[in-house]
Structure formats: C-alpha cells, structure tokens
Design a protein around this ligand. Structure first.
Ligand SMILES: Cc1ncc(COP(=O)(O)O)c(C=O)c1O
Length: 432
C-alpha cells in the first residue's frame, strides 16, 4: 500500500490508479479494467476466483496455459476438458469450436463458466462470437485468456477482440504485444454475468499490497501509446508481416501459412502479425532452426518440432523485418540440400477419466513409478508432447494402458516432451 495519498491504492483506487484504469476500460470498450502486476497469470487466477466457487464445473480447452491449472487449484473448480482442433500438417493445435463448446455445455448442464484461449500463441482465432453465444444461452459467462491479443482491438484486418465478441472477463498480456513492462497485464470486465464486486474482491485478494508503480505506470503509458498511435502502428505491423510472409514463401524449403489456411471451425481467422515459419522442408526441426537463427543474432518467439514462430509487433519497422528476412534467406540457402524432414505422425492423446480435481491432486502426496507400471494410477504431473501441444496427461487423471502406450510411442518417435519431471519418461509422477 502506498504511503502517499497522491499515489492512490490499487486495492481501493480513487485517484490516479482509478483514472488510469478507467481510461484503459474506455479504450478497450470494457466496463472496468484492472491493472495486474503479476502478469496474465494473476489476471487468469482472478477471473477464475471471481467466476467460480469450489466444486463448480468449468469447460476448459485441454491445451490451456498452465496458469489455468493454477486457477483451478485456487478456485477448487472441476474442469471438463474439451479438445481443440488440430492441424496435422503444421503439427499445432488451434482453437476449440463453438460446436464442441455447445456439446460440452449440453453434456454438463451444471457448468458455471466457459474458458477460451483466444487467439492461440500462433495467432489462430476460433469463432469466439459463437462460443460466447453458446455460453450465454446457458446463462454462463465466457472468460477469455487473450494473452496474445492485446493489439487486436486496433485493426479491422485482425480477428475481432474478445470483448467485442461478447466475452465477460478478459485477461490480456499488455507486456507481450504492447509497450508495458514485463509482468504488467490487464484484466477487463464487461457486463454483470460475473458480479463486479466479486471481480474486485478476487483482484484484491491476489494483488500484492506493494504494487510496483513502474509497472502500473507502464500500463498507463502503453494505453496512451495505443490510444494515440495504436491504429497506425498495428496497420504497419500487418503490412510488414504480410510482405514478409510473401517473401518467405518464395524461399526454398520454408513455408509460412496465412489467411488461406483459415475459415474452418476452431481456426476461423488469423492474426497475421504472427509468422509461423515451417522449416520441415529444410530437413530441420523448429528447435534446431531456432538455435541456428540465434547464432545469426535473431531471437525467435517460440519453436516446436516443425515451426519457428516470429512476432511482427507494433514496435517493429522495415529494419527488423529486413534483418529477419536476410537471416531466413541464409537459413534456406545453407540447408537447401538437406531434403524434407520426416513428418512425424501426430495422434491425438487418449481420453482419460478424471479421478481427482486439480486442487485435490495439488495437496496429494506423490511418488515416481516406472512408466510401464503406471496404468491404474492417478497422474500427479502434466505431460505434453510437441506436436500436438495438447497435454497427454493432466494431474488428477487416471492413467490407463492406452495412455501408457501413447507415452511410450511418442517417446520412441522422439517427440519433445514438456511438464514431466523425468523427461526420459522412464518414470512418471503419480499420486501415492
Ligand atoms: C496463452 C497464455 N496465457 C497466459 C500466459 C501467462 O502470462 P504471464 O506470463 O503474463 O503470466 C501465457 C504466457 O506465456 C500464455 O501464453
């Protein structure tokens, strides 16, 4: 808590913090904005604590960020996982469809909320308006992890932003795609499906009593910058990324998908400022290409088995995109003879029954067991392979023979694994 009156109090804002939050709410067309100094993780935890009570059912995409699992532990809610659509050529997961959400709501009529990730890290946007409609028809709020979408509001050439699609609560990483300092994010509320008072209490419960004023001021400045220059800057990012996409697609062995691959359920529109460069045609994995590019002083945003992801942000100019193109051109020339990397077949993970809630699993004692003896036990860790980027096992799920077979097969094929304590997967962590 600040000791000086003029610095206001994040927990009971009445002065400068209140004005700054009101300006942000006005710009993004929300009823209320909250400044978060512990990242979008804090915003997601706040949304879930506000919308859910212990035992409540929530519909959650299986490939949601780990902060959602944290939100489930904190709120004590019970997840019903739904599967996102998958692109087997690119080896990445897209969004969930409105149809999948409707079916889950019909099957679980007691559900109290729907959570969506919109857009994905790769910039793929699902049909969020349809998802909002499906949730609202059942009288439940739609809460959206829009970590990668703070810039969408500023261009008609990008997918519509979550609030304009009807989302009730939205978490945005202002620090990822706009100018705020790392850790500075925003949470927006629109409408009263989640009571304002409850959102305020949840936000105050999770926020530090000593919020960093540099972080909060950076949120206000990021808002001001977007208010004054957002449309122009985002339009430039869109133009530069489209030019770069066209140029990259002329390079042998590289492929960068665009809007032509959209228009399907779960992948209805693309944030074109995300460039997913598929390097399989150079005989490289995405991770290997990312390491090579780093030696050329190019830092990619992310790499997976087949792709390297780049972001053309509202701060980038021709200088950055020309440098990136030159490095990709070199990469293409240096590896043109290698041939196509074998496309590993990607199968969807098996469907597992939930035995314990994330909260119960969090508090349970755990032990490692050899993978071949894990069938019948309850998983205590999440295990995800890339591709497909959808967790094969989530804490609290009962492992069966199919799941053991899937883990063995994916390991044998050399898929990159994350989440597991023992990355060789000779052992797996289960509830004691
Ligand atoms: C989709 C998604 N949601 C939430 C988060 C959490 O954001 P933060 O790092 O600001 O806590 C991330 C972080 O990368 C993310 O990718």
């Amino acid at each position: 808590m600040s000791l000086a009156d003029e610095l206001d109090d994040l927990h009971r804002p009445e002065g400068c913090i209140k004005s700054a939050q009101q300006l942000a709410a006005r710009l993004w067309c929300a009823d209320e904005a909250f400044f978060m100094v512990n990242g979008t993780t804090e915003a997601i935890h706040t949304m879930m604590l506000a919308a859910l009570s212990p035992g409540d059912v929530i519909i959650v995409p299986r490939n949601a960020h780990r902060s959602v699992v944290g939100g489930l532990v904190l709120s004590g809610a019970c997840p019903v996982y739904i599967l996102p659509e998958q692109d087997n050529i690119l080896g990445i997961a897209h969004g969930v469809t409105a149809e999948t959400v409707s079916q889950a709501l019909a099957k679980h009529p007691t559900a109290k909320a729907v959570l969506a990730v919109y857009p994905t890290y790769y910039g793929v946007a699902s049909e969020l308006c349809g998802i909002a409609q499906a949730a609202h028809e059942k009288g439940v709020p739609l809460i959206v992890d829009e970590a990668h979408g703070a810039h969408l509001h500023f261009s008609d050439e990008l997918p519509p932003d979550a609030l304009s699609c009807g989302a009730d609560l939205v978490a945005q990483s202002t620090h990822k795609l706009l100018g705020a300092m790392t850790q500075a994010s925003m949470l927006f509320r629109k409408g009263n499906r989640v009571p304002a008072e409850r959102v305020n209490r949840a936000a105050s419960l999770l926020a530090t009593t000593s919020p960093n004023y540099l972080l909060m001021a950076s949120l206000d400045i990021a808002r001001l910058q977007m208010e004054e220059e957002g449309e122009r800057r985002v339009a430039r990012a869109v133009r530069l990324s489209e030019e770069l996409r066209t140029a990259v697609n002329d390079l042998p062995g590289l492929w960068c998908f665009g809007r032509e691959r959209m228009g399907y359920p779960g992948a209805s529109a693309l944030d074109v400022t995300k460039l997913t460069v598929n390097v399989s045609g150079l005989g490289l994995s995405g991770e290997k290409a990312m390491r090579i590019l780093r030696q050329k002083k190019i830092q990619a945003e992310l790499a997976d088995a087949r792709n390297v992801l780049f972001v053309v942000s509202m701060a980038d100019t021709e200088r950055e995109t020309e440098r990136l193109f030159a490095a990709l051109e070199e990469l293409s020339l240096e590896n043109a003879e290698k041939g196509i990397a074998p496309l590993l077949s990607v199968t969807a993970p098996p469907n597992l029954a939930t035995a314990l809630t994330p909260r119960e699993t969090f508090y349970a004692a755990r032990e490692p067991v050899p993978l071949e003896r894990a069938a019948g036990r309850i998983a205590a860790e999440e295990i995800t392979f890339y591709p497909p980027g959808i967790p094969a096992i989530i804490p609290g799920e009962r492992i069966d023979e199919d799941a053991v077979g899937y883990l063995q097969e994916m390991t044998r094929m050399g898929m990159k694994v994350t989440g597991a304590k023992d990355v060789s997967l000779s052992t797996i962590c289960v509830v004691k």
